[in-house]
Design a protein around this ligand. Structure first.
Ligand SMILES: [Zn+2]
Length: 138
């Protein structure tokens, strides 16, 4: 199966509201260096830059599309922002700042006003059919 796309609600449940926001920020800043999806094991692994001590290695295990467990080599015991960032980036839910710059015309059209509004640096692409959500910079 392809990599699951966790909902914002699932990610908030995982990391709390603050952790979700920090993960979003982390992903938007392009801190997620690498992601790898093992379809057989339903396991996502990722390397995410931390605050000068990275990269941390994150892992999220799924079962039937539900997040089963997560781990990270950072000091936060569970549900850290690195895992949230990896879960956002891996299925292509979020285009980081650098990637947004190179987005196709179609993506730019979907993204709407990116580049025209100061502070808008990233875009969350919603599931097909859903409206695109623009994320304002911090
Ligand atoms: Zn972490």
């Amino acid at each position: 199966m392809s990599i699951p796309r966790p909902t914002a609600q699932q990610l908030r449940g995982l990391a709390g509201d603050g952790g979700y926001q920090r993960g979003l920020d982390c992903a938007r800043r392009g801190r997620v260096l690498h992601t790898s999806w093992d379809a057989d094991a339903e396991t996502l692994t990722a390397e995410v830059l931390g605050g000068g001590h990275g990269p941390y290695r994150c892992r999220a295990r799924f079962r039937g599309g539900e997040i089963l467990s997560t781990s990270c080599t950072c000091p936060v015991p569970r549900g850290c922002k690195h895992v949230v960032a990896a879960l956002l980036v891996a299925p292509g839910m979020l285009i980081g700042e650098d990637r947004a710059r190179h987005a196709t015309r179609e993506s730019a059209r979907v993204a709407g006003r990116v580049g025209q509004v100061p502070g808008v640096t990233g875009v969350i692409v919603s599931p097909p059919g859903g409206p695109a959500e623009i994320v304002a910079g911090a």
